[in-house]
Design a binder for this molecule. Structure first.
Ligand code: HAM
Length: 415
């Protein structure tokens, strides 16, 4: 018989691990709530061209990694590779938000990229993202970076740092891409095959190339600072000043350009020392709303790669109280069903096995399920009007009167 396996690049999140995810999700949602961001839920499937227009057809995500297909009516659709384009699409389509107001949104869910699977790189992965629409001031950039910083801190993750850069406005960018072309014009033949194309279509991306030779050739390339207009310079300096005031450690990295086309001005990524994979990334995208058919609304946001974040979390998760009920015989089984219901009413998780098992086998099951507490009820206990309550970790057990046993269990579990 065929044994089914996970599709390559996909992963299961099993009990044991799920608790860690739930803990992180709780901390993240509590953190963004304090900044008053409200959750948006968009479909996993969108029109393929939504992503092509926003992320850019020259990007790796669009040219190599997108899951695309036609539905039965021949519509060209895609599994979302990221959340920003969908958030902007929903923002425009709903018509609920006024250009004069600030809209603060957050989202959480699976994204899909046909990437080469490796550590921290999956084909289905989860992102938690934040998008702030309508704010032009550098303080908004500061706010979203501060949220990301607070999430990392609140999860107790240490050793992260922000890489930050500016890509300038459209005019600054045009000037800068001209400078890159000029600088690399004589080195063209030495570039990797991808960068030979990039020099025509998206010269900025050459700065992000992982090829050693391209890295060497761009090592001393002039910084964008040389061509930044006054407004872009002031904007970037103000963001850096905000981070300084908040004590958020950061490095200005002049070769940080990001792999998505929609960015303008501030871009940033978060790393942990010794690992090249960013845990989270984002930036400002002042043109995207208009490019997708909306008004002229500036925006800034970020997304966290949850799998990467979770590998850094070493939280000692609180063990939630749970009781395993072991019964021997039909009468004990009925009594245990009632005790289980009573425990659940009090908010204590309770489970039992309805099949007849030996005491030894039942206790082994409880142990394997890593349940700390056991109720044991057999003929002897029924006769005496008691239950046995056992702590599986310490081995200590106590006889409790059946009457009022829920109250006593509550007391014992709490102490
Ligand atoms: P991104 O840099 O493409 O940006 O992805 C954000 C984060 O998602 C990455 O830093 C990484 O942690 C995680 N990630 C990306 N690809 C994978 C993968 N194959 N496996 C596991 N994790 C992955 C965006 O998606 C932008 N939408 C961020 C943004 C929001 N910019 C403005 N607003």
């Amino acid at each position: 018989m065929k044994q089914y396996k996970r599709v390559r690049g996909m992963h299961d999140i099993m009990p044991g691990e799920t608790e860690k995810w739930q803990y992180a999700e709780k901390i993240i949602s509590e953190t963004v709530r304090l900044f008053n961001y409200r959750e948006l839920r968009t479909p996993v499937i969108e029109e393929q061209s939504l992503f092509e227009r926003s992320i850019g057809s020259e990007s790796d995500i669009i040219s190599k990694e997108m899951y695309t297909f036609q539905d039965k009516k021949g519509r060209n659709l895609a599994l979302r590779p990221e959340g920003t384009a969908s958030a902007v699409r929903a923002f425009i389509e709903s018509g609920l938000f006024s250009a004069k107001n600030i809209t603060r949104l957050c989202y959480y869910g699976p994204m899909f990229r046909y990437d080469r699977p490796q550590k921290g790189r999956y084909r289905q992965f989860y992102q938690f993202g934040v998008e702030l629409l309508g704010g032009f001031s550098p303080f908004f950039d500061g706010e979203v970076i501060e949220i990301l910083y607070s999430i990392i801190n609140n999860l107790g993750i240490e050793g992260c740092y922000f890489g930050i850069n500016t890509l300038g406005c459209r005019e600054c960018r045009e000037k800068y891409t001209g400078k890159i072309k000029e600088y690399l014009s004589s080195a063209r033949e030495a570039l990797c095959e991808d960068c030979k194309t990039r020099i025509e279509n998206s010269p900025l991306r050459i700065l992000d190339c992982k090829n050693d030779r391209c890295r060497e050739l761009t090592k001393n390339i002039p910084s964008i600072k040389e061509v930044l207009c006054t407004e872009c310079t002031i904007h970037f300096d103000s963001v850096l000043e905000y981070l300084g005031k908040k004590g958020i450690a950061h490095d200005v990295q002049t070769n940080l350009v990001r792999g998505l086309d929609y960015y303008t001005r501030t871009v940033f990524e978060v790393y942990i020392k010794g690992d090249n994979n960013a845990i989270a990334a984002g930036g400002r995208y002042d043109m995207l709303v208009r490019e997708l058919g909306g008004e002229d609304i500036p925006a800034v946001g970020f997304a966290i790669g949850m799998e990467r974040l979770l590998t850094l979390m070493d939280a000692k998760l609180p063990v939630l109280p749970a009781v395993y009920l072991v019964c021997m015989g039909a009468e004990a089984r009925n009594a245990c069903v009632d005790i289980a219901a009573g425990l659940r009413k009090e908010g204590i998780a309770a489970e039992m096995d309805y099949d007849d098992k030996s005491l030894k086998a039942a206790l082994r099951t409880a142990d394997r399920a890593r349940i700390e507490w056991c109720v044991i009820l057999g003929e002897r206990e029924l006769e005496k009007g008691i239950i046995l309550f056992k702590n599986m970790v310490t081995g200590v057990q106590e006889e409790i009167s059946s009457e009022g046993c829920i109250q006593r269990i509550k007391e014992l579990i709490k102490c």
